[in-house]
Design a binder for this molecule. Structure first.
Ligand code: GRF
Length: 212
């Protein structure tokens, strides 16, 4: 985070303003809001941006102007689409961009614009199983431990520097659904905790823990 962000945080009583990008269910967004409500995360959700107007996640956006749908189909090209997302984030003063189940790859222009200020949650222990269906990939490979990762977003697919991970054992009789559900439980703890540790408290301390 740069010096400008420090100033902004001071003005707003230390609350980090989050712009959360979603495409679907929104349970990670819900976990962020729960952590804020419980005083575990000194942040506020300034805006929720979805590429799908009917994403259930949008129902969690609180306050006027907090929910914003930016549909890819409404823009001629990827650049225009991403400019519209960036404008929504800038308008609401988002300092950190959180990809919480945002199912699109953001281009280099967007990544550069928010350099060092984008994080993603992914349901595997990266660098294993980037991309779609990470839990299915883990089962197909027969790994015995999987988990989830919070990482900084760079121009590669799920390849940016890792900030924190949580390990989840893969059980003999796991299906994609049961494994996904156990990993998701850990995602809900790891994402708010990492935002707090790395971007609010700025310990910059990577974390690694096992599921209880
Ligand atoms: C999560 O498993 C996340 O790791 C992945 O997409 C899923 C989103 O779930 N990137 P939700 O919308 O937060 O419930």
């Amino acid at each position: 985070m740069d010096g400008k962000t420090d100033g902004q945080e001071e003005k707003r009583g230390g609350k980090l303003r989050l712009g959360v990008l979603v495409s679907g269910r929104g349970s990670n967004l819900r976990a962020i809001l729960d952590a804020i409500g419980a005083g575990r995360l000194d942040a506020e959700v300034a805006v929720v941006v979805s590429d799908k107007p009917d994403a259930p996640a949008l129902r969690y956006a609180e306050g006027p102007g907090a929910a914003c749908a930016v549909r890819r189909e409404d823009y001629p090209g990827a650049n225009e689409f991403e400019d519209a997302i960036a404008a929504a984030l800038d308008e609401r003063g988002a300092e950190l961009v959180v990809l919480a189940g945002f199912m699109r790859i953001l281009g280099p222009g967007f990544v550069r614009r928010f350099a060092g200020r984008i994080v993603n949650i992914h349901p595997s222990l990266l660098p294993s199983f980037p991309g779609l269906h990470a839990q299915r990939q883990a089962l197909l490979h027969g790994v015995k431990i999987s988990g989830c990762t919070v990482h900084r977003v760079d121009e590669t697919l799920d390849g940016g520097p890792i900030l924190a991970q949580a390990a989840v054992p893969v059980l003999e009789d796991d299906t994609e659904e049961t494994l996904s559900a156990r990993i998701l439980k850990e995602e809900h703890k790891l994402l708010p905790e990492t935002i707090q540790n790395v971007f609010v408290r700025r310990t910059g301390r990577p974390s690694c823990r096992n599921a209880e």
